[in-house]
Design a protein around this ligand. Structure first.
Ligand SMILES: Cc1cc2nc3c(=O)[nH]c(=O)nc-3n(C[C@H](O)[C@H](O)[C@H](O)COP(=O)(O)OP(=O)(O)OC[C@H]3O[C@@H](n4cnc5c(N)ncnc54)[C@H](O)[C@@H]3O)c2cc1C
Length: 425
């Protein structure tokens, strides 16, 4: 079994980048080399700002190089719950942003020739319980009436046109969604930002942020400092103590994935007929897709920092994959890996500026493969004064710490036990 992720093992060649040594100056220093940080840099550079990205490990080492590569419309939860939380006007704008985010990614990929197997064949949300199909029909109606967005509901008896399984009871198709090789997109985005003049330092963890006498931001790493006018922190599920305010508004949740050996093209085409990005309606959901080299990449919920527990979770995930696709019972699992997804209290992304001037964007709750690139663009516009805070429905005016944040690991564990129980058929 390979220790690295399948995406890392099958990635395009990585550009070697230095770590920060000595003092450097720039207009905007960006902490975090995932999609959010790289996109912020890409768009700021095009506006004439000089940026430096500091990445603790390598570009895409966080969630951006480890995810399922499902580039999905919408947000965590239903459109109805979004309307309830935000009101219909704001919800409509937010939904449109989620659609725009995928168009934006497509444009970036095309205009920079990023080789990341971007495939816009739509997504399928598969119904785990027979009753889920009624909810899907209601959601279809809400999406069309409020957001003018059309999706298709697949009746249980037609499900074989999508998936070769009896595990699900119908589903909902959204033709706007896509999938890609997540790490290759991150690597391509980094190179595109560099083409516009961005400097990216790897193995350069930001350890401390201060303001000097001229009110410049000074970020210290092990062997250097960056002095800048503005700072953007986009460390998402990997946020440590660098900015405690941000950290306390995020619950990092582990998600894990397995990937089979390369299978026959005929088999994978038969299992997921239309090459869609699939996820389901279980509380502890499964998400899965074909890869461009004909593997099955299958994801689910992780939980514990305990190694033995984690191994069991990977075995359970494999059992889950075989329950969905019995034909994969003898398929060898070649890769298993995990990463951290960031969830906010509202389960919606946050973007904005703290009182001390720090800009931030995070908390995409499993929808960041799509949203984070757009958030980088919005941050760049915000920093350049092209967008007021009121224009963006995702803007958070005051971040509030999650109560009992230090207890979140226990709370997530308990919640997952409960969900696992509820998912038992
Ligand atoms: C297993 C898994 C599956 C997922 N599947 C999907 C999916 O199919 N679809 C979807 O939409 N979303 C999915 N997600 C979520 C998605 O990957 C994220 O929302 C998205 O990548 C967020 O990008 P980001 O740039 O904000 O954060 P990240 O990519 O996590 O980047 C944050 C970066 O900050 C760096 N960092 C942290 N602290 C410091 C510091 N002090 N100094 C310097 N650097 C620092 C980290 O090393 C990291 O590289 C999944 C996530 C995981 C883990």
């Amino acid at each position: 079994m390979e220790k690295i992720s399948m995406w890392e093992a099958t990635a395009n060649e990585r550009r070697k980048r230095p770590s920060l040594e000595g003092d450097q100056q720039c207009d905007v220093v960006i902490i975090g080399g995932g999609y959010s940080g790289l996109s912020t840099s890409y768009f700021l550079q095009q506006k004439g700002s000089k940026t430096i990205v500091l990445e603790k490990d390598l570009v895409g080492s966080g969630a951006s190089g480890r995810n399922g590569g499902e580039v999905l419309t919408g947000y965590m939860g239903s459109a109805s719950s979004l309307i309830k939380k935000k009101g219909v006007e704001a919800a409509r704008k937010m939904y449109q942003l989620s659609l725009d985010s995928i168009d934006l990614i497509e444009t970036i990929i095309e205009s920079n020739n990023i080789d990341c197997a971007f495939t816009r064949n739509g997504s399928l949300l598969a119904a785990y319980r027979p009753s889920d199909i009624e909810g899907m029909k209601k959601e279809q109606e809400v999406l069309e009436r409020n957001f003018n967005h059309k999706v298709k509901v697949i009746e249980p008896h037609d499900m074989q046109t999508e998936l070769k399984t009896t595990f699900y009871h119908g589903g909902r198709i959204d033709e706007k969604s896509a999938h890609f090789h997540p790490l290759n997109y991150a690597l391509g985005l980094a190179e595109a930002a560099e083409k516009f003049g961005s400097t990216i330092y790897e193995n350069s963890e930001a350890l401390k942020v201060e303001r000097d006498a001229n009110n410049k931001v000074v970020v210290t790493t092990k062997n250097g400092r960056v002095i800048a006018d503005e700072i953007v922190i986009v460390t998402n599920g990997y946020s440590g103590d660098l900015n405690k305010k941000i950290k306390r508004t995020i619950v990092p949740v582990e998600s894990i994935m397995i990937a089979t050996e390369t299978l026959s093209k005929e088999l994978v085409e038969d299992l997921i007929k239309n090459n869609r990005a699939v996820s389901d309606t279980k509380n502890l959901l499964y998400y899965f897709r074909r890869t461009s080299d004909n593997r099955m990449a299958f994801g689910g919920s992780g939980r514990s920092a305990n190694k033995k527990d984690q191994l069991q979770l990977f075995e359970k995930l494999r059992d889950g994959m075989v329950s969905v696709f019995p034909e994969l019972k003898d398929a060898k699992i070649e890769y298993q890996w995990g990463g951290k997804v960031a969830i906010t209290k509202e389960r919606l992304p946050y973007i904005g500026q703290l009182d001390d001037g720090t800009y931030f964007a995070y908390g995409y709750a499993g929808h960041g493969a799509a949203m984070s690139t757009l958030m980088g663009q919005l941050l760049a516009r915000r920093i350049h004064g092209e967008m007021s805070e009121d224009e963006n429905p995702l803007e958070i005016k005051r971040v509030r710490p999650i109560p009992f944040h230090s207890q979140h690991e226990k709370a997530v564990s308990l919640m997952k036990y409960y969900y696992r129980y509820k998912d038992k058929k």
